[in-house]
Design a protein around this ligand. Sequence first.
Ligand code: SF4
Ligand code: SF4
Length: 462
Amino acid sequence: MEAIRIKGGHRFRLKHGPQSEVEERLDVETVGVSPRGHHGLKAKMHVKEGEEVKAGQVLFHDKKNPDVKFTAPSAGTVKEIEYGPRRVLISVKIAVDDGKGTVDFGKVDRAAIASLGQEKVVQKLIDAGLWERLMAFPSPGVAPVPGKKAEPDEHGNVPELKVLHAVYVSALATEPHQADPLISLEGNEDTFAAGLEAVKQLAPKTWLFFEKGKKVPAKASGVTGVQTRAIANKYPACETGVQVFYTERLQKNQVAAGLSVEDVLDIGHLFLTGGVRNERIISVAGNAAPAKKHFKVRPGISLADLAGANADDGLRYIAGGVFTGEKVEPTGFMAPRDRGLVVMKEDRERTPFHFQRPGLNQFSLLRMWLSGFMKDKVGDPTTSNNGEERACVQCGACIDMCPVDLMPNLVFKAALAEDIEKMEALGIHDCTDCGLCTFICPSKIELDQHLQTGKLLIVKEG
Ligand code: SF4
Ligand code: SF4
């Protein structure tokens, strides 16, 4: 079968990426659990400061969705529960002590996983805090639990029941500076296969995407019944929304869920051993990273242990990739879904007459800079925006760049006007939040942010 080629997008070549070498950072004194990435989560705590916890014990859940649980990645003592403004939970810090034990969720032989049935698989994932990994597309938030009835809202209205139609596992990382999933897979093929057996039972379809020219991870592990597809390596081919767009479009009442290789390994480990997995591969990259490589770490490792971060270093820490990542305080921790950390020098200098300079040192795909004409250019990204937001000049660059055929220049205007009908008519639900339109826009318009706000408004308005 021919590999999928996506429209738009780009294969980025950036300086300061992670080497494939792996260093171990498993021996740490503190880990933290952060719900970062779950916007609007209201935490209901299950533990108090000073309490001893086992690895896998529930620390907190989302009040709005009790199936979204967060469990302790390591055993120890709860050292601190940190809240931000309006009592938004930042993290639960645990002083590691492996002697406090592990919650036993019950192990299942590889051969028996396939006959467990959907209900048991789902319940095990919820109990072990792994359901939160199934991020829904196109609805923001976590995928609905199969078969669960929608709860009436405060007005007694029962919201539309969404159905989990497919799970997309991405065995490629096309976003720059993200950890290579093939490094995670090496030597863990059996665990991955066990995880896929469990994932297959969550929805009618399971897709496994891998990079064109690389081996098919599922076949290598002997798993059948998973639809494997090769896709050309350019960003954002790794995003769930793109994979949905190029395979099977969803009906209005359907959602898909995306999982990474590390998520599937966590699921496989849970079924094979009955416990939570206490290691993962994370990359560290960026122009200020002390070491640009992969690390085998404890889940919930602190930025201090991973990259020597300290509150006064003046650096910018971004958990996730350069397009979709989120700024994290240097005192923070890696969240369960984070696959990479980017460390950048803060570039606060403004270049005078910026647009009158040739831009040989600027990384741009637009031909308004000389670098835009250089084939196979290697970018050296900085944190500078190189200017303020200006009016749209109708150049069409965002349309050419969008991998899912949207016209971001029109959708963002509909989002600003809070015109839900127009946003939907323009296909806002296909947006994958890849950020490429914002990156390419010469007017510095935060297009993806406006689209995200528009999508949240649609959810709020029902
Ligand atoms: S609209 Fe922008 S963020 Fe959304 S998919 Fe297109 S390029 Fe990506
Ligand atoms: S890239 Fe920016 S300036 Fe160009 S059409 Fe899109 S929104 Fe307008």
